[in-house]
Design a protein around this ligand. Structure first.
Ligand code: SF4
Length: 148
């Protein structure tokens, strides 16, 4: 049959084409000695995102979100907030239980803390420890770090 002949001819041409090393070597990424080699078009694997990097990035995102909002837009923190309780937060630094928090020194307050992002005369301001909340300038918690 003339149709089969043409088909057989096409098959032979195709097999010869596939059999040539100039087609197989680049296709399979093999060298003449048979060792696999990366193809020029293969993209290097993306580096894994370490948990620390992920946390840093997430913390930065939260910080940017917090700072993007004006301090007066944020809700005031409550002393009953579980996050506040976890760090011994007090709305009034003058009432901190010194027996329980001996690290609290007289004169320490949110206004003098590096984490406080309110203005110098603001009664309340954002705190980097409590993302999305405002703390009173006269408050205090165990995360206090003096401004230098
Ligand atoms: S981290 Fe600083 S600013 Fe924030 S609540 Fe504690 S003492 Fe106040």
């Amino acid at each position: 049959m003339p149709g089969e002949n043409g088909l057989n001819q096409s098959r032979r041409t195709f097999v010869r084409y596939l059999g040539s090393s100039s087609v197989l070597v680049p296709f399979l990424g093999l060298t003449a000695c048979g060792k696999p080699q990366a193809t020029a078009t293969a993209a290097p694997p993306a580096p894994a995102r370490s948990p620390a990097t992920a946390m840093d990035a997430d913390a930065g995102q939260v910080a940017n979100t917090t700072l993007a909002m004006s301090g007066s837009d944020l809700p005031h923190i409550s002393a009953d907030d579980p996050a506040a309780r976890a760090v011994g937060f007090s709305l009034d630094a003058n009432t901190v239980d010194r027996a329980r928090y001996p690290e609290h020194l007289k004169g320490q307050s949110c206004r003098k803390c590096v984490q406080f992002k309110g203005g110098p005369t603001d009664a309340w301001g954002p705190c980097m420890v409590f993302a999305g909340k405002q703390v009173p300038a006269g408050g205090w918690c165990t995360s206090f770090a003096a401004r230098v």
